[in-house]
Write a new protein. Structure first.
Length: 381
């Protein structure tokens, strides 16, 4: 029986959030907090699919016959290429098997959308199986948890298809492109109109230069960068914050357009600096340290402009101020209004300094994680 694991990272946006919605440049990076999926074929006589998603408290066994009767006997996959029609069929099926909250509903819709879609496109022979999926990422916090969820599922079913055809290969660039596209269609279930940045970063890893509807380009061969990821534990609505900025833009279009242009220029400048941070560079070199100092200036500028756009929060302002007390720089990542911030650590930042700032932020009620940027994307492990 076939058995394997899939792993995919979350992400942070380093520069350019909100401006990216308006067609400007953004920089995102994978983080070494990952979602892991365990796939196991079950004996034929079990005739079920088991779903175990502990993060949303979802544990379910569904009859394979029920799935086949609904999607295949009733020809509910005839319009599989039409997203709206096919998704409506998936929603109808999820209502039949039931759920207890919105997170479970969306998780089941995403699962069955990709499972049925890829089964049809890749000609998978459906057998009983169990999927267990868990994540180190906080849900609904701007760290790409739904993107890594979708990427894991897409990679899982695509890999299963390959193994059934006796094709044994690592994920090459063309395969990763297919995974990312499958995951993007699934992300529409979670976010309605996703930019594509989450699934791209989770698929390819690395640090990404991104422009919505235009391009997404990995910035490879970069020195390992570390950050402190700070969870404010303040809930916020991405949609509400985006709408708030749109409202501000409608009142003060010239001012907000200039701010968006400035954020765009900050992102472009940051890209050029990051490209200079090569892995074999001497971290004690003055020129190398100067690049980090310039990045910190840009981080502070970007945060200041976002605060001007009223998408910061007192908790985020406090984190940024604390970082400056240690000669470091911090900014919000994602929608703002709470959520997460990151603090860029210098190559020579001492463990004692990291411990000290972490203790102070924890005492303020925040959750701290030390993580590395730009690690690998989706993998079979």
């Amino acid at each position: 029986m076939i058995q394997f694991k899939v792993s995919a990272p979350g992400k942070v946006i380093l520069f350019g959030e909100h401006a990216v919605v308006h067609g400007k440049t953004a920089i995102a990076a994978s983080i070494d907090l990952r979602t892991v999926l365990n796939f196991t074929e079950l004996p034929e006589e079990e005739e079920i699919i088991k779903i175990c998603f502990p993060k949303v408290n979802l544990f379910m066994s569904i009859s394979l016959q029920q799935i086949q009767n609904f999607f295949f006997t009733n020809k509910n996959t005839e319009h599989i290429e039409n997203y709206d029609i096919f998704y409506s069929k998936v929603k109808e099926f999820v209502c039949i098997i039931n759920y207890t909250n919105l997170q479970q509903k969306l998780s089941l819709e995403a699962f069955f959308y990709l499972f049925i879609f890829i089964t049809q496109v890749e000609k998978i022979k459906v057998k009983p199986f169990e999927i267990q999926l868990n994540t180190e990422l906080t849900l609904n916090s701007g760290l790409g948890s739904s993107g890594s969820f979708a990427v894991c599922l897409a990679a899982c079913f695509l890999h299963w298809s390959c193994l059934q055809k006796n094709i044994y290969k690592i994920f090459d660039y063309s395969t990763l492109d297919v995974i990312s596209k499958y995951a993007l269609s699934c992300e529409r279930i979670m976010h309605g109109n996703p930019s594509g940045i989450d699934n791209f970063v989770s698929t390819y890893g690395s640090i990404i230069e991104f422009k919505k509807g235009d391009y997404a380009k990995p910035i490879n061969n970069v020195h390992t960068m570390k950050i402190l990821l700070v969870d404010t534990r303040v809930n916020r609505s991405t949609k509400a914050l985006v709408e708030k900025l749109l409202e501000l833009k409608s009142k003060y279009p010239v001012i907000i357009d200039l701010i968006m242009d400035s954020i765009d220029n900050i992102s472009k400048e940051a890209i050029e600096i990051i490209k200079k941070l090569k892995p074999l560079s001497n971290t004690d070199d003055e020129a190398f340290s100067e690049e980090y100092r310039q990045l910190m200036i840009l981080i502070n500028m970007n945060q200041g402009l976002l605060a001007t756009c009223q998408v910061s929060h007192p908790s985020l302002d406090r984190i940024c101020a604390e970082a400056q007390n240690y000669a470091l720089a911090a900014k919000l990542t994602g929608a703002g209004g709470g959520g997460h911030a990151y603090i860029l650590l210098l190559p020579n930042t001492q463990p004692e300094t990291i411990s000290s700032i972490s203790r102070k932020l924890i005492a303020d009620g925040f959750i701290i994680k030390l993580t590395t940027l730009g690690g690998p994307g989706v993998q079979i492990i």
